[in-house]
Design a protein around this ligand. Sequence first.
Ligand SMILES: NC(=O)c1ccc[n+]([C@@H]2O[C@H](COP(=O)([O-])OP(=O)(O)OC[C@H]3O[C@@H](n4cnc5c(N)ncnc54)[C@H](OP(=O)(O)O)[C@@H]3O)[C@@H](O)[C@H]2O)c1
Length: 212
Amino acid sequence: MKTILVIGATGQIGQRVCQSLVNDGHSVRAIARDSQRASELEHLDLEIFTVDLENDFCDAYEGVQKVIFVAGSGSSSGYDKTILVDLWAAKRAIDYAEEEPSVEHFILLSSFGADDPDEINSSIKPYLITKHITDEYLTKASVPYTVLRPGKLTNTPATGGFTSERPNIGADTSISRTDVADAICYCVEHDSTKIRVVELFTGHETIDRMFG
Ligand SMILES: NC(=O)c1ccc[n+]([C@@H]2O[C@H](COP(=O)([O-])OP(=O)(O)OC[C@H]3O[C@@H](n4cnc5c(N)ncnc54)[C@H](OP(=O)(O)O)[C@@H]3O)[C@@H](O)[C@H]2O)c1
């Protein structure tokens, strides 16, 4: 059985991903920042590895085949945390994956706009720059990757409908966190998603067709 490491497992997408992977019978190792946050995951049949991502977390990688990085410092923290978590912890997560021979796939949750942070006139440009740098770092690493770049995340119900076609300027770019979690779990199951960088929005295609 393959072991899947979920980094950012206590987050809104992380918890959805962990739940789905456990439901599908996977062996899941979930990183939680501390024991209080770990309690959010205790109802699930998974292994919890407690560590703050600002510290060394390479021990979490032992025997892992798939790595899912859905951690992020969030908009309420300062850009110091954006650098420490979204950039530096992600960079180290990629380094650890390259060093652990068992790792065969790294799935990174990025963001719409990370391809060209100059293109979108946005107050979150510093965040998009960290995502841009991290995405580039992963695509140049030796480990097979999938980079998913969703639009604005919502807590609306899953639609099951996707598109990678970027909406016109000013149009709705949103996508449900549950749809994003489902797309991540799809990548876990499908090697055809490797070596891909994909923008993700709500649309009318099945996930199979979108990745096809
Ligand atoms: N908001 C958007 O519209 C949007 C759009 C595109 C992409 N994204 C990206 O999607 C990511 C995931 O979204 P989400 O809604 O699931 O975010 P979330 O609920 O804020 O989850 C972030 C996760 O990262 C963890 N984390 C942050 N700093 C950590 C640290 N130092 N040590 C250990 N864990 C740490 C959090 O742990 P705790 O539970 O302990 O806080 C949490 O598990 C975002 O962070 C963002 O990068 C967001």
